[in-house]
Design a protein around this ligand. Sequence first.
Ligand SMILES: [Zn+2]
Length: 315
Amino acid sequence: MKKSWIANSFVFTTVSTLILSGCAAQSSATGKLNVVTTFYPMYEFTKQVAGEHADVIALIPSGTEPHDWEPSAKDMKKVSNADVFVFNGIVEGWAEQALASADNQKRVVVEASQGIDLMEGLPEEEEDHKDEDHKEAADGKILDPHVWLSPVLAQKEVESIAAGLTQADPAHTADYRKNADAYIAKLKALDESFRTGLSTAKQKDFVTQHAAFGYLAKEYGLTQVPIAGLSPEEEPSPAKMAEIIDFAKQNQVKTIFFETLVDPKVAQTISKEINAKTDVLNPVEGLTDEDMKQNLDYIAIMTKNLEALKKALND
Ligand SMILES: [Zn+2]
């Protein structure tokens, strides 16, 4: 079994090298681009642009929080062999090493957040919890990776992905352009519904489980008050908890948001303390089985996020 797989892939590699030597890399057995992405939004944006011209996979399995995920040797190999590798940047602290160790001259690498003006993460607690996964700005501040949660910045990520696919497979330039335009039109409509839906919100502050919604808040004139820092697994200190409880009381925050991939215990504790409701605000860092059962995608989850925000901010 193993032997014949190796034999087959050797044949395919040889054939595709012969046919394609000197032109675009299309090394998969199906003749399609072999595209490896990291976590769900990168996968979804890439699928949308690639259409039928690529086999797209996500390395990080569904139901898995990407901030702490580490690739296996097998995953590293997939990154190695990809025609195109798409990652967000910052979230995937392991990516640089994976790329450096791969001997693949033809591979196109897309860091989708590149060219976007990244915000700094929150100071204080973050300073104590610096880990290697976080890219630091020149002055040592930690940069916020969650650009995909702004429907405006998501469009820029889609553009970067379209440029990468086009570079790897120029023969389908027109299709990648058409697909990117169609998806960007949907993201523009999403942006418009956020803009109009939140413009009349009575309340501007919302409490989240981790600091994922900074770009979204900035885009629509809201203020995110996160319980944890840029990574959800950073446990808040008792002082931080007390500060958030105080803030929520003083600002009549009536909903505490939690996430689907992270234990909601802390959010529940705070909500009980101030007699607030809890609801889901989904940072779209990975789909759950339930999301998949309901056929939810990025646009659908973001639309649910908008409804949840409208409800919480007008309560
Ligand atoms: Zn996050």
